[in-house]
Ligand binder design. Structure first.
Ligand SMILES: Cc1ncc(COP(=O)(O)O)c(C=O)c1O
Length: 441
């Protein structure tokens, strides 16, 4: 079977008609491209006009085991026949217990853990904030510039990736201090790793906790092990560990937002595994349910709420979503997809480096595992961000059968499924290579 296979340049007539109706009736969100799916399987998407596209966006890093994996479809179908909802927060059923047990085993640390189930990444982070406040009786959080943790009022207070996410929505949750992330390509302190000795981490202890984020009030440091929406920014080795030590000395928790970096995406189970760090709270969503909405905050068991009714929701641990999640984890384990992510990530990085060498408009290629990205610049001398060329390539790519997703100021992410067949991975990179060639003319 041919992939990609473009019969009519997207958006074709059927796609255009649906896009128009969508615009009339659906709230304006973050639409990236007029691709209208009819069905999807693995790493391929069939659109409503009969085109076949290769998926390097995986529904914003959700489809780590590809679209509609047969084991997920089977688990969801079997569970839906039994019951679709029973309010797992108020009553009991085994499948959510099994999932919580499993999450406790596969997340870092041998200590006893508990899980609060949510419906999204933002809600997982909201839960993390509340669990930290509840236990530590402290109210302040430190987060990072360019971070993305969601758009609800608490999570939005942590988010700092684009001004338009926040503008007009103040006041959000008070008490959040932002500091620069370890963005080595554009080091805010104009230093170079490793000579910098992780200055951007050290300054938190040397300046921030001595001034505006006093340990007496600081409940947690919230970080993405790899910044996602902010531009696929990979901190240097040792940075997460240094931050975790600083948090500990301040009597604050490390809250690791693994919503985008989790479930094998970076070539390890979790982004924090790259520094062998055990956070107090880990927040999850996205790939956890292979597209069924489910998330979680995983935390030390002794930090649980002491009585019923303090925190809860309606859909958390929904049985169909829990079935999808258990099946997803089983597939990642049985198909050894974490190792595959690391191996294929190296191949993808190598090919992206080759592409970078052939053009003047890629300033940086970075990533871990199958969480890769290129940052576009006007030229490699000034390294000025060039969102125009990034956007032109994104459009050219889907018109030629490759689905991509931008992030940051001028970055494109490449996040195929961890089980993407190697020939499809290469076919997708070939489309990208042609886009680069056209853009260079
Ligand atoms: C790291 C991270 N945290 C939280 C979120 C918010 O997740 P959701 O959109 O499911 O609320 C996202 C979404 O992109 C994310 O990338």
């Amino acid at each position: 079977m041919k992939a990609p296979d473009i019969k009519v340049t997207p958006p074709g007539p059927k796609a255009r008609e649906i896009v128009e109706r969508d615009r009339a009736f659906i709230a304006t969100t973050t639409k990236t491209a007029p691709i209208v799916a009819q069905r999807a399987q693995g790493s391929l998407v069939w659109d409503v006009d009969g085109n076949v596209l290769i998926d390097f966006a995986t529904g914003i890093s959700v489809l780590n085991i590809g679209a509609s994996h047969p084991k997920v479809v089977q688990a969801v179908t079997e569970q839906a026949k039994l019951f679709t909802h029973f309010a797992g927060t108020d009553y009991y059923y085994e499948i959510q217990t099994r999932l919580a047990e499993k999450l406790g085993k596969i997340t870092p640390g041998k200590h006893k853990k508990k899980v609060f189930f949510t419906n999204s990444g933002a809600e997982s982070n909201e839960a993390a904030l509340k669990i930290a406040k509840y236990n530590l009786k402290k109210q302040m959080f430190l987060a990072f510039l360019r971070a993305f943790h969601g758009r609800t009022q608490g999570a939005l207070a942590l988010t700092a990736s684009k001004a338009k996410h926040r503008a007009g929505f103040f006041p959000t949750m008070p008490g959040v201090v932002h500091v620069p992330y370890a963005y080595c390509f554009r080091c805010p302190y104009k230093m170079t790793y490793p000579a910098c000795d992780l200055y951007c981490a050290n300054i938190i202890e040397d300046l921030y906790t001595k001034t505006i984020a006093p340990p007496a009030d600081l409940a947690g440091i919230v970080l993405e092990p790899v910044q996602g929406e902010g531009g696929y920014i990979v901190p240097p080795p040792g940075w997460i560990k240094r931050i975790s030590e600083i948090a500990k000395r301040a009597g604050a928790w490390l809250i690791a937002d693994e919503v985008q970096s989790g479930f094998g995406r970076t070539g390890k189970w979790w982004g924090v595994d790259h520094d062998a760090v055990v956070p107090e709270v880990m927040t999850l969503a996205k790939a956890m349910g292979s597209g069924l909405p489910i998330g979680a905050a995983v935390f030390p068991a002794e930090m649980d709420f002491k009585e019923y009714g303090i925190h809860s929701n309606t859909y958390g641990g929904n049985p169909v979503a829990a079935a999808a999640s258990l099946a997803t984890i089983e597939v990642i384990e049985s198909e050894r997809l974490v190792e595959r992510s690391e191996r294929l990530g190296k191949h993808l990085a190598k090919r992206l480096d080759e592409l970078k060498d052939k053009v003047s408009f890629v300033g940086d290629r970075r990533g871990l595992g199958l969480m890769q990205a290129t940052e576009f610049v006007t030229d490699r001398k000034s390294n000025k961000p060039d969102p125009k060329i990034r956007d032109a390539i994104t459009e050219d790519a889907y018109k030629h059968g490759l689905i991509l997703l931008p992030c940051g100021d001028s970055t494109l992410r490449y996040i195929p499924a961890l089980n993407v067949p190697e020939d499809i991975l290469d076919a997708g990179i070939d489309v990208l290579a042609e886009c680069f060639k056209r853009a260079a003319k």
